[in-house]
Design a protein around this ligand. Sequence first.
Ligand code: ADP
Ligand code: MG
Length: 275
Amino acid sequence: MASDSAGSVQPCVLEHVTKKFKVRSRDRRERRTEFVAVDDVSFTIEPGAAVALVGASGSGKSTIATMITGAQRPTSGSINYGEIAVHSLRSGGLRRYHQDVQMVFQDPYGALNPLHTVAYTLQRPCRNLLGLSAHEADKRVQELLEQVGLAPATQFAPKLPHQLSGGQRQRVVIARALASNPGLIVADEPVSMLDVSLRAGVLRLLAELRESRGLSLLYITHDLLSARVVTDQILVLNKGRVVESGVTKDVLQNPTDEYTVQLLNAIPHPFAAAS
Ligand code: ADP
Ligand code: MG
């Protein structure tokens, strides 16, 4: 079925991307200083690849995510999705680009309008980005709900966000991201606000959808172990710089960067007490 495969899956190439923010200086003589949140970052997400971007809080992960989706522009450097120069897109181009690249945010509570039903939330991208008729959009909503494990769809479509659990809401957010048949999904800490018991299910769903649709995934997390479940490649970010990259399994087994070792050591070991 056409609606089951990704739309335009293109390489996403970041070259020397830097983002500086102006911040108020504590020193009164110097009123404003620059803070480098992302520092000369280059990497490529190949079509169909699942890449993890890991790093401690404040290391620049979300800033990279928002630059890839075009919500913020780099201070310097370039981001290209296939032929599209994302770093210089304006409103019309950005709208078309959002058919190809979609984002799943950390907070499934804040991401959904509390006044809109699940059906309405999912119909909108089908109509606005894909130009489907009301009837076609309805059909697509049913398919999307079933694909994210919210079945029977007729039970979930009329619900409002507060009538859903956190895990169900995040599935709706994922369905909304899939609605336009994107080629790349950027998921920024998509399970960190969910109950521990629900995390594995949502991660498995992301991994399965990526595989079955052949889309690319940038999975952002501070949790190195979850990166292993979802991704083949990993980039480790420290203070805005990529300090290590490679095959996820290898990097986690044999980290060469001191900071990656620290991140791995910070993970509580489930059997530590028993040994
Ligand atoms: P992460 O997602 O890895 O936790 P962020 O990308 O959100 O990190 O932030 C990286 C750094 O940039 C942080 O120190 C943050 O405070 C700073 N930062 C992010 N956005 C802004 C902004 N709009 N203005 C000033 N500083 C910002
Ligand atoms: Mg973040």
